[in-house]
Ligand binder design. Structure first.
Ligand code: COD
Length: 160
């Protein structure tokens, strides 16, 4: 069984993330969306909230699982018996950081490969930070996040 892991902060999940999830889930038998808990980074949504939002958004994708991890991604990969990390690339600016992480993860575990998927053109400008900024200022984020979780995200952002 080919298992891949799509790790990220997902604070919160956007339509850009969803596009990668949908496309990767067609290639692998199982895709695990892994929410990173980073104690050094202040997140807007708790890990539990981020997982809940993703679960709602992927409810129609039967081979997609939602999980979380703390610590090294390669340790989580081994625990899940997965060898492939999926990453999304939006622009050249993503490349340097992702390239460094891919090489470092392979150094930590030579059995692990990182596969990059190019963003769809219409999501190339989209990030969780942009969603949070627009949402907090009362702007329309309807086309930026999955419809099914739009009210949850709007409510949290207005109150944060
Ligand atoms: N279109 C396509 N892809 C997108 C889009 C979009 N619009 N928006 C984001 N993405 C991609 C990102 O490029 C990334 O691949 C993924 O989606 C998740 O994005 P974010 O922003 O939610 O998450 P990040 O980039 O903050 O996640 C970083 C990790 C948590 C994956 C990383 O820090 C990590 O692996 N941490 C664990 C600790 C560890 O093992 N460190 C050693 C690494 S060398």
């Amino acid at each position: 069984m080919k298992v891949a892991v799509y790790p990220g902060s997902f604070d919160p999940i956007t339509n850009g993330h969803m596009d990668i999830i949908k496309r990767a889930s067609k290639i692998f038998d199982k895709l695990i969306v892994a929410v990173a808990r980073n104690p050094n980074k202040v997140a807007t949504f708790t890990v539990a909230e981020r997982m809940e939002l993703i679960k709602k958004a992927v409810s129609d994708l039967p081979n997609v699982e939602v999980d979380h991890f703390e610590g090294l991604l390669v340790d989580f990969m081994r625990k899940k018996n997965a060898r492939v990390i999926i990453k999304g690339l939006r622009a050249v600016s993503d490349f340097e950081y992702e390239f460094q992480m891919a090489l470092m993860n392979r150094k930590l575990d030579p059995n692990i490969e990182t596969l990059f998927m190019m963003t769809s053109y219409k999501y190339s400008y989209l990030s969780s930070s942009v969603v949070k900024e627009i949402g907090r200022l009362g702007g329309c984020i309807g086309e930026l996040v999955p419809e099914v979780i739009l009210p949850d995200i709007q409510k949290k952002l207005i109150n944060s």
